[in-house]
Design a protein around this ligand. Structure first.
Ligand code: GAR
Length: 225
């Protein structure tokens, strides 16, 4: 069976691109495929990526609307496209509780820092990397977690440590984290789809220690204390 996936995105869409193109790389029958883009912004650049690929998109505005109305419209769009898995990829709005409930255990969010640090309301994009640099931590990296009713709080399935290097700016750190996100996100969706297919809970993705070692050897040596 091929799980039908909806991606929610508000911005540029580099994660959407990787997820939408992922099954093309695959061998054998596809376990999942992106069948719908949902955005809260009609000017989001990600919409063009969906158009280019012939993937239907749906705008559900959120500003100045009730959570009830947003939930009703979102659920109708997901139902019409027969969506089974939802991925938040740079989506900056809180998901209304009825949508969380309908997709509990089948909705993932990617966050560009190691949760539970540097998350919560208002923490997105460059704000996250600015906070990481201001705190002086030496390791950052993406987190992928199941979504619950709170911002950035559901059970963590995967994290990939990325070094914070001397001289990093929010933009340089964002680029390094973003590259890793593009590898991690499809791998975690593979595991979620497999777990749903096999009727078991998804397993946390192992191997981030090895990833840390190879990442350090690929980049200049960080000045660890
Ligand atoms: C990604 O880095 C993602 O982790 C982040 O937004 C970026 C979207 O990039 N998400 C958040 O900050 C959510 N709190 P993209 O549009 O190029 O995929």
């Amino acid at each position: 069976m091929t799980f039908q996936v909806a991606v929610f995105a508000s911005g540029r869409g580099s994660n959407f691109r990787v997820l939408a193109d992922h099954p093309d790389r695959g061998t054998g029958p596809h376990l999942w495929e992106v069948a719908l883009l949902v955005s809260d912004r009609e000017d989001a650049p990600v919409l063009e990526l969906a158009r280019d690929r012939g993937i239907p998109s749906c705008i559900v505005p959120v500003s100045e609307r009730s959570a009830h109305e947003v939930a009703r419209e979102t659920l109708a769009a997901l139902e019409e496209a027969q969506i089974q898995i939802v991925l938040l990829a740079g989506y900056l709005r809180l998901i209304p509780p009825p949508v969380v409930e309908a997709f509990r255990g089948r909705m993932l969010n990617i966050h560009p820092a190691l949760l539970p640090g540097f998350g919560g309301k208002g923490m997105y994009g460059s704000k996250v990397h600015e906070a990481v640099l201001a705190a002086g931590v030496r390791i950052s990296g993406p987190t992928i977690h199941l979504v619950d009713e709170r911002y950035d709080r559901g059970p963590i399935l995967a994290q990939w440590p990325v070094p914070v290097l001397p001289g990093d700016t929010p933009a340089s750190l964002a680029t390094r984290v973003n590259q890793v996100e593009h590898e991690l996100f499809p791998a975690v969706v593979d595991e979620l789809a497999r777990s749903l297919d096999e009727g078991r809970a998804p397993r946390p993705i192992p191997g981030t220690g090895d990833a840390l070692r190879s990442h350090f050897s690929l980049t200049s040596t960080p000045d660890l204390p």
